[in-house]
Design a protein around this ligand. Sequence first.
Ligand code: PRX
Length: 654
Amino acid sequence: MSESAQRQGDAFENLLHEERRFPPSEEFAAQALAQPSLYEEARSRGTEFWADQARACLSWETDFTQTLDWSEAPFAKWFVGGKLNAAYNALDRHVEEGRGDRMAIHFEGEPGDTRSYTYAELTESVKKAANAFESLGLQKGDRVAVYLPMIPEAVITMLACARIGAVHSVVFGGFSADALRSRIDDAEAKLVVTADGTYRRGKPSALKPAVDAALEKEGSTITNVVVVRRNNEPVEWTEGRDVWWDDVVDSASSEHTAVAHDSEHPLFILYTSGTTGKPKGILHTTGGFLTQTAFTHKYTFDLRPETDVFWCTADIGWVTGHSYVAYAPLINGATQLMYEGTPDTPHQGRWWELIEKYKVSILYTAPTAIRTFMKWGRDIPKKFDLSSIRVLGSVGEPINPEAWMWYREIIGGGKAPIVDTWWQTETGAHMISPMPGVTRTKPGSAQVAVPGIAVDVVDEMGQSVPNGSGGYLVVREPWPSMLRGIWGDPERFKQTYWSRFDDMYFAGDGAKKDEDGDIWLLGRVDDVMNVSGHRLSTTEIESALVSHPSVAEAAVVGAKDETTGEAVVAFVILRGSAKDDDDIVTTLRNHVGKEIGPIAKPRNILVVPELPKTRSGKIMRRLLKDVAEGREVGDATTLADNTVMQQIAASLRK
Ligand code: PRX
């Protein structure tokens, strides 16, 4: 095992002594959608289990003739020959089958404005948007960059693209103009859909200027920018390129026929950080993605579409907002809540107020949020009626047992089952998770593979480790919602995920099996950090830092942080003429904000005279991590110059 994996293993050793167990209540188990027989069925049906789910969850215009074509592994084709339309499955069919009056989305804006859409209303809105986009020249296969806040138009835009067969590439609103431009260029997008802005902490916050800045440089592939009016702040306008959403969508016809696309037709690209400087455009296609997201949404959350109110708090800019906001809940005909703002505006009880108001019954959020609420104190949620909650989900990073217990006791009233779901942008849908009503849960563990999924923990050589041991998390068999590649870079796809071990998908996470064989996730084993559940690459931030004229060299590490899980800590060597003062730290933080986005700004930037390197010139990040986490520095004997760590310590004392 690599040094970092070993260290993580040691750090989490305590976790494995976690002995609390929470079997499902008899009452929940008796009526749960998932029953132990589901695992049995998955085992006995093999790949055909997914054919069953594809037919149960979706309406196919043309049925598929082959469940899986793995002949060109690792490039998979699922549900070969099948044809379907994602938007038809999410919308029209519910209306046709008499569910048009069911509430699809309750929207609550940060300032308190509300909107709601029934399935019939949402279908009409998506048809209009599809017509509007087509009138701007958008065609099947074209790419659309979506740079929107958490407002219903985000979902409407994604589904309108899917309806046409255009491929959306959502870029999180917290990414900078430069990051947006590089994603537009990589995907050669034709259209940008954005908004004048949004609201953040009670104030208007602009988005359109970032799009203007992104498109300033000549040579972009964008022909039009569609602008949703959200905060009514004045915006700059480029005639001929910019159009108001109101002008093109409101006047468009509400008649639009959804044409069925091939099961493997690209649905979306979503960029995510890897171990190199350049984000990867993860490609997902239609049939497999929709099957596994809908299946997991139904069983992992024990979804009752007629009565539940589902709330996934993830932003549309991340995969969780794709799979479990834009697609699965609508495919399953559920009612969901969508909230635009921050949890502490106008007060720290806003989420709990929303749960009380909309009677949210399934809450899906990230450990970083739970830890923040713990810090604010249990008295805040206690003021609200949370009795509607019956299932709680966690995603994005390992959940520490304390946060798990707090979530269960304070939010779940000591009885709602918690499902800790492990998955990735690349996996498209849940891969490891307890099933409510079946699994005896353990605080801090995601535990078992989803039925039909083959995960394992292996050693350096790719051998399955015995219970009680740790190693690397892998997936042994193809799964329906797996990424189909990296946009424009098939080699990188093979190299990143399929070259570490033979015939296995390497997830990049370390994991342990406990004595029962349950899986405990230990965090990344590569140069990817997880800050508040957001994936950031150390290399990408290092590249941003060295692109500043004052920086000669930079090394970035993820340091443990009580609230955000990890925090970005940067070590920089300045160029001769640059001065080490507070200004330079502020300048560099802002520079990273400009290059990547505010979410990537380092928590600390430490100016140092040297960086610790091995004789072959590799930076020993492990030693920097010790410094960043305030630990005694570990074994430094392999350094080319073993006085470097003393120099760093001396410069930090200054
Ligand atoms: O390290 C794992 C962590 O998040 C990574 C994937 O990040 P991203 O593609 O942004 O997707 C996040 C939302 C699905 C994984 O490699 N991760 C995600 N969920 C968990 C987790 N780590 C531990 N437990 C989880 N439940």
